[in-house]
Design a protein around this ligand. Sequence first.
Ligand code: PXL
Length: 283
Amino acid sequence: MKQKRLVTIQDLSCFGKCSITAALPVISALGTETVVLPTAVLSTHTGEFLNYTFHPLENEFDRISEHWASLKIEFDAIYVGYIGSVTLINAVSRFIDRFKKENTVVFIDPAMADNGKFYSGLGKDYAKALSSLCTKADIISPNITEAMILSGLNPEGYKNVTDIKEICKKLSSLCDNVIITGVHKKNTISTVAYQKSTSSFTEAEKPIYDGVFYGAGDLFASAFIGMYVNGASLSDAVTNASAFVNDCIIKTLDERDKYWYGLKFEQSLHLLCDYYKKLRCDK
Ligand code: PXL
């Protein structure tokens, strides 16, 4: 099977098990060359850590893109995560215009908020620019807080959504394929996906665990796109990526105090290798 090449554009939080440090191992375990284009370098992610450093790579971003264009590097997928500034969102938009070819999948995880609130340092202007970027995507994967912000709803009500299908349909005006993670039900939590072309929904329902799990959305997005770019259907990729994240959470629970800032995903990577082997055999 031809090896796929994906570029992931998101921050490098040096400590914290999210963004690039999650995407690289997960997508590599799914048999895929993973190229990285960091938007910013942070000492840690911005959730609960105090005094983190943040260095945006605004000047470097276009220089890197220029060099790659001169080398005629092409990608099967462009996967965008946390970006960090409106200036950088504009740079990512230019990157997509330049590198998206006919068969390139553009997947955007509009990472900007969780648990009803924006991440530290981000707000309404950022959301507006990100919403416009989402119109360039083939697939988007907001969590429920982000989905509410992108739909113009008050995100503080994220635990009490009664009509998730309606939000999916609303967001499909930005992008044809919408995956919403972290949708609260009575005693469970779901990932819900909507494909406009077939008007079909997929739901992956999992047990709900107490607390906040930083990086869970990044791990889901990375596993999803790693599976999808290798030929899994959207629905299969959603189901299997969700099972992977559930396994990561279960493994983390036995050392919860130590790993309050991120998931012990390393011990679940073998599931992805197994899944890739299966995908390869099916082709
Ligand atoms: O996991 C999402 C994420 C990515 N990048 C940075 C973050 C967060 C969440 O807090 O702070 C810098």
